[in-house]
Ligand binder design. Structure first.
Ligand code: ADP
Ligand code: MG
Length: 269
């Protein structure tokens, strides 16, 4: 099984006027092994979305490379699926129709597309809602459809950009646990970007901590040793709290350590 590899990935945005280009990402190297779940955290505006878009093939690398199984990525491809923060479902299609849509675009025969979509809808726990329309769903349910739609073509890598950021705290916790269950069943690799430290630690095999931009780089790669399957109670264990604290101080920079009660401005917990 091939791995995803970022090698000194650098991303520039051209200046509006004749000024110098803006360097959002300044040389990020990391790999995502087959079946691995890698979280990437960094402050807002540090270049997380840019990095994910480069892996998706939506933004070019100014320098460095992104490759999958040794082949350089030059555009979008079926082995990489993206899940954005906003579900952007087709309002005139049902849950099942939305999930089948990506398969139909890939010319999977309609009957087979429906069958595969049905299996994915069941996997994300929406079997009873398959014939509902997006406006009849809660935010959490819409994100489940979004996830099922991304997984239906059986991508090797799932690229997730703060997919739960718009959900309320309780739904967000529930969706994180659900994502782990679905990931375990599908065995795809996941590259998950978020500014939410606990989410990154709860989900990941590793947490990659980015420095603030411009020119964001990897500050530290933190292994997450907790057994799987993980459930919500893990978040309250001393080991989890200590590891989240470590990620927090890495993110904040060693010069800038603050007591937990002073953190509210940096990170909403
Ligand atoms: N299309 C673009 N053109 C110019 N600058 C951009 C563009 N997209 C993002 N940026 C800038 O690049 C930086 C990183 O953005 P982004 O990747 O969205 O960060 P994050 O997802 O971590 O919040 C920001 O300063 C942002 O303003
Ligand atoms: Mg972003």
């Amino acid at each position: 099984m091939p791995e995803l590899r970022l090698d000194h990935l650098t991303i520039d945005y051209p200046a509006r006027d004749r000024g110098p280009a803006y360097r959002a990402v300044g040389g990020v190297s990391l790999t995502v092994a087959p079946g691995e779940f890698v979280s990437v955290v960094g402050p807002s505006g540090c270049g997380k979305t840019s990095l994910l878009h480069a892996v998706a093939g939506l933004v070019p690398a100014a320098a460095g490379t992104v490759s999958f199984g040794g082949t350089p990525i030059r555009g979008p491809g079926p082995e990489r699926a993206v899940v954005f923060q906003h579900a952007s479902l087709l309002p005139w299609r049902t849950v099942l129709g939305n999930v089948a849509y990506g398969l139909e675009l890939r010319r999977v025969p309609r009957r087979e597309a429906r069958a595969r979509a049905r299996a994915m809808v069941e996997l994300v726990g929406l079997g009873d809602a398959a014939s509902r329309y997006p406006h009849e769903l809660s935010g959490g349910m819409q994100q489940r459809v979004n996830l099922a739609r991304a997984l239906a073509p059986e991508p090797a890598v799932l690229l997730m950009d703060e997919p739960f950021a718009a959900l309320d705290a309780q739904t967000r916790d529930a969706m994180q646990a659900e994502l782990l269950r679905i990931w375990a069943a599908s065995r795809t690799s996941v590259l998950f970007v978020t500014h939410h430290i606990e989410e990154a630690v709860f989900l990941g095999d590793r947490v990659v901590v980015l420095s603030p931009g411009p020119g964001a780089t990897v500050r530290e790669c933190v292994p997450v040793p907790f057994d799987r399957p993980r459930d919500t109670a893990l978040r309250r264990t001393p080991g989890f709290v200590a590891l989240a604290d470590h990620v927090w101080s890495t993110l904040a920079g060693a010069r800038d350590r603050k007591a937990p009660h002073e953190r509210a401005n940096l990170e909403t917990r």
